[in-house]
Write a protein that binds this ligand. Sequence first.
Ligand SMILES: C[S@@+](CC[C@H](N)C(=O)[O-])C[C@H]1O[C@@H](n2cnc3c(N)ncnc32)[C@H](O)[C@@H]1O
Length: 301
Amino acid sequence: MKADKASRTSDVTAAMRAIHLVRHGEPKIFKDPYALRLTSRRWRTIIGNPLLYRLLFRTDLYGWIHPVIGDIVARTRYAEDLLDSAVRQGVSQYVLLGAGMDSFALRRPEWTASLMVFEIDHPATQQRKKKRIAAMGTPLPKNHFFLPVDFERESLAAALSRSSFSTEAPAFFSWLGTLVYIEKHAALQTLSDVASCAAKGSRIVFTYCEPEPLEGKTSSETFQRMLRATRRRGEPMVTGFHDEALLGELHRLGFRVEERLFPDEIRRRYFWNRTDGLTMLDHFRFLCARVVREERPALAV
Ligand SMILES: C[S@@+](CC[C@H](N)C(=O)[O-])C[C@H]1O[C@@H](n2cnc3c(N)ncnc32)[C@H](O)[C@@H]1O
């Protein structure tokens, strides 16, 4: 991402959540009633106009994108299902890394009553989100904090140390649809910062993909078109991890992987009962890991 430009893919993901709510059938995998208001005016116009929507999304123009929508709604559902059980076990801090236009803080008042919510994102994207929320006039909870961080220029540890985040209380981190956009060294540094800043027992949920599909080595037409679309928006997907190498890195950093779901398992879990054909995109994995390291390494701030 360019230093001064807000993410366009974050508008796309909000628009895809809005499409799922407004235009897809039941059962909904995930409901975000704020998504339409948090996306760009252009997307609002398209989604709000049934004729325009049909022209784009029921034809070859954007018809290919539905599995991308499946990925976007399923990953948030997955993260929030796990967050739910973490909160029941006493977790009191939720950190959204690369939050984009995720409306968690507005959407889940029953959770924000007991949770400190830290939204971390690229400064330009976060600025734009603040403006949109201000324009909506919906107040954010008192225990919600925006922390601007460019993962390629600043460490997560430094940003958290400037905030009221507690390194002693277990936390839940989500990092959805973001790792692929940042350079590998910055992705590993961010994971390392989570392992070093978070209390033992904290969890992180994130999505990733192996490198080959990101290089275009895939037979999935949808995946190829998605790669071209993100490149056109100036946000190429650049970082993938091989499954076993990633497990090794996570182990080295002090995590224990608790669950990793591959596309077929995600389809079985969330899409088995659909009649509208909505499904999960190929290649992306959902992973949940727990901080298990005994000693806290010195913070790399
Ligand atoms: C596709 S959006 C996903 C947003 C959100 N997690 C979701 O699922 O809707 C990618 C997000 O990554 C963030 N991002 C990309 N590069 C970044 C960087 N270098 N530092 C911080 N955030 C970055 C963008 O600002 C954007 O919010």
